[in-house]
Design a protein around this ligand. Structure first.
Ligand code: SER
Length: 319
């Protein structure tokens, strides 16, 4: 069997730290190198970890060569809300980082590459309900523009250069093991933390703002399922729609109240409301289900149950 040596770029982020643990289980800790531009926090320091900046192309290439890397998960990116505050840097990191990785895949004949896209690649004139795989895409944020352009680059590198690059358009990802990093959907992470610590939460979106969301365990499963699928099953080389649930701030608050009856929510919409309003409310992911057998496990109720069961102990440890 071919030996895999896996590099994760941006491993310190919300998705990265959980995906790293998924990859440890699948390939063994010794075959996975987690990297980030910042020192490792928490569990990441229990495996191979190195500092690596994807924007320094020579360092990246030298690293891949020295460590005989065969697969890359490239997760380093500036998210939607932060990107609007520093658009030029968001473009630089999100685009040049991806192109460095795709060029490395050609140069070192990498087995495969993973890169995440997002629902942010859609825009205000995209059909909002059951957004199809192929449809109008007119992203309004720099993050979304970089994701749409990135999808085209992935498709191009696959078609022209034979790179086995695979991608998912993630909805809002919700986990409780790391704090979120500047996304519009991240209210749905913060709300659980505040429900436990303060019993109240001020939401930056209106109560009826529906967005597609996914629990972290499902996101990790989707990513690994896609990367494990035989190449001929991966028919879409831009990025697959992927979905598990959609809810509004009012609905998640209700779900929390069932378990924390004195929890209250108030609403103070800010610039992130316009971002949320430009995105789909629900996603048609039938292509992912048909091509490589995607199937989700968590809905709003199961997710809330799991987070409120585990988060208090985690917060107590940190205190
Ligand atoms: N979670 C991301 C954001 O809100 C969307 O991909 O920016």
């Amino acid at each position: 069997m071919k030996k895999h040596k896996i590099l994760i770029i941006g491993a310190g982020g919300q998705l990265g730290s959980e995906l790293t643990q998924g990859l440890w289980k699948l390939y063994g800790k010794e075959n996975v190198i987690a990297t980030d531009i910042k020192d490792p926090q928490g569990i990441l320091s229990q495996g191979n970890f190195e500092i690596l900046d994807v924007l320094k192309q020579k360092n990246l290439f030298d690293f891949i060569k020295k460590n005989e890397i065969t697969q890359i998960y490239h997760l380093a990116a500036v998210l939607s809300a932060t990107g609007e505050k520093n658009p030029k840097f968001a473009w630089h990191l999100n685009m040049d980082g991806l192109i460095h990785v795709l060029d490395a895949a050609v140069e070192y004949k990498l087995d495969r590459v993973y890169w995440p896209s997002s629902i942010a690649a859609f825009g205000p004139t995209t059909p909002k309900q059951d957004t199809p795989q192929d449809t109008i895409m007119d992203p309004t944020t720099i993050y979304g523009i970089s994701k749409q352009a990135g999808e085209r680059w992935c498709e191009w590198y696959h078609r022209k250069m034979g790179v086995d690059v695979r991608s998912l358009r993630y909805p809002g990802l919700i986990g409780y093991k790391t704090k979120p990093g500047g996304g519009t959907t991240d209210y749905a992470v913060d709300i659980y933390f505040k429900a436990i610590t303060d019993k109240k939460f001020e939401c930056f979106l209106q109560p009826d703002t529906y967005l597609p969301m996914m629990y972290m365990d499902d996101a990790v499963k989707a990513t690994l399922d896609l990367m494990e699928a035989p190449a001929e099953k991966v028919k879409i080389r831009s990025s697959y729609n992927i979905s598990s649930m959609s809810f509004s701030p009012a609905e998640i608050a209700e779900e929390i109240k069932k378990r924390i009856p004195d929890f209250t929510i108030s609403y103070q919409p800010d610039f992130r409301q316009a971002i949320a309003d430009s995105w789909p409310k629900s996603i048609d992911d039938s292509a992912a289900r048909k091509d490589w057998g995607w199937n989700h496990q968590f809905g709003l109720e199961e997710m809330t149950e799991e987070i409120l069961k585990n988060l208090p102990a985690l917060l107590a440890q940190e205190a």
